[in-house]
Every structure is written in C-alpha cells, then in structure tokens.
Write a protein that binds this ligand. Sequence first.
Ligand SMILES: O=C(O)CCC(=O)C(=O)O
Length: 301
Amino acid sequence: MKDFAMLLALTEAVPCLDGLQSPLEFYREWVCPNRPCIIQNAFNHWPALKKWTLAYLREIVGSKVVSVAVTPNGYADAVYQNLFVMPEERQMPFSAFLDIVEKKVTSPSVFYVQKQCSNLTEEFPELIGDVEPDIQWMSETLGKNPDAVNFWLGESTAVTSLHKDHYENLYCVISGEKHFLLHPPSDRPFIPYGLYSPATYQISEDGSFQVVEEPAAEKVPWIPLDPLNPDLERYPEYAQTKPLRCTVRAGEMLYLPSLWFHHVQQSHGCIALNYWYDMEYDLKYSYYQLLDSLTKAVTLA
Ligand SMILES: O=C(O)CCC(=O)C(=O)O
C-alpha cells in the first residue's frame, strides 16, 4: 500500500526533465497530479539567453521609467510588526536601478523589479521579441493564454516570502539562479496564516523607512512564518513539514503547480521571467478549499 506522500507522487527532490514533452504527456504527468518539475532545454531558442546582459538591458530600456519595489530589508509583501507590509513602489529610470544592481551607486535599501502585473508586456514591451508572449506548448496543454508575463530582476538581498498563487507557473531563469523552497498544498494544516492590516514602506526625507498603515483597507491573509528560520515554539506544527528545495539555473524552467507554497531567493542580478496561467477551479481547488476550512476550524477551536 502506497503511503500518503507516494499517493501525492511527491519525491525528495524536484524531478528534472531534459527536454519538452507533448502537451498531453505534460498534462498527464505534471499538471493533473499537481507535481513540480524543472525542464531543461525548453527555451534554448530565445535570443534573450544570449542577449540579456545588464549592459544590453541598459541600452534597450535604460531610459524608461519603471516601477521598482524598494524595501529596507529585502522583504516586499511580508508580515512585519504584525502588519502585511508592501514595498514602496518607486518610479525610477531603469538605468538608475541598474546602477544600484551593478553597485555603481550604493544604497542601504533593497531594490527589486518584481511588479506582478504582466510587467514584461506593460513596462518592457521592447524585450518581448527576445522571448515569447506565451509558452506555446503550455497554452496548448491548458487551452488558454497566460494571464501575466512577469519580469524579475533584483538584488541578492531581495526575498519573496512564503505564499501560494492560483496560477500554473512556468518560471524561466535567463541569467543567474533562483532558489525555491516549496511546500505542497497538502502541507496547509502545518503552515500558519494570520490576518494582517495592510501597510506600505514609505521613505522619509532623511532616507529612513516608515511603515504606514492603511487602516480602512481590508485585512490580508498571509503566512507569518519564515521557512529559513521558523519559530517552532510559536508554530510547532510546521516541524511536521519537509520542504522541497531546488535551484533553477540559467536556461532552466520550473513548472510550479498552482497552490504550491513557495519562498524565493536569488543570486545577485538574476534575470527571470514567469508565465502565470490561471488554474482550473476544479476538484483540486475544492479539496484545497476544504483543507483550508478544516485547518481554520481546528486552529480556531
Ligand atoms: O522570483 C521571485 O522572487 C518570486 C516568484 C513568485 O513568487 C512567483 O513566481 O509566483
């Protein structure tokens, strides 16, 4: 009899494929069972792999004013002082951002281009020709186009806190590497959530940051736990989990299934793109909702 983890087809490591499968095979082996994998040689044909150096980006989009997430500590969208704190969204020329990444200019703050509003198509349309507006085999696998194509470039101190999304995510690293810490949706009972008032970092004239609360705004459900340094006295249930860790290197693509919890770090100046395809709100989603409700009922009891 297979145990629970086997039934969920989980393994100790994230499996690696050395090339593409047919859409049907990919659907059967990965999307339907909700299993992550790393795919090599999936986008060797993209000119971006050779072209996208910081110097090239400076030449093509350096003069554009873009949105950059700025924080004092590298954590944008994370729980801090019992608030859900979002970054200062600074509008700045991309070249000024690159000066910071290339350490031509020093700043005590942490800068990350990470706006998840399809910023590749919205803010950097000049770069689309070096990649693709969708991943054709995935669009065929899922029968839809991506909702967003996001461009990520930032400092090694920028961290994405543990969270999950309702997207089938194809995460492509163009240069550098990304370090993912993953939990399957079935770990939900062991992952703490709280409801936090939203706030944003705002920089003062003396360069220090203030956390400014938005009192009228709706509270945000978020995970207060840092999986790199979990407070097991406060959240003892988390000790029952076994996170999967993987590094996605330049030229590799991570298939991160919907509802998987992820925490992300990166090498300095890592350039990446991801394609977010909305998940199917099917039985898998309903089961997750059920698990979420049962967890809340037990936690509140
Ligand atoms: O690359 C990152 O920092 C975060 C990526 C992420 O959260 C996502 O792709 O959903």
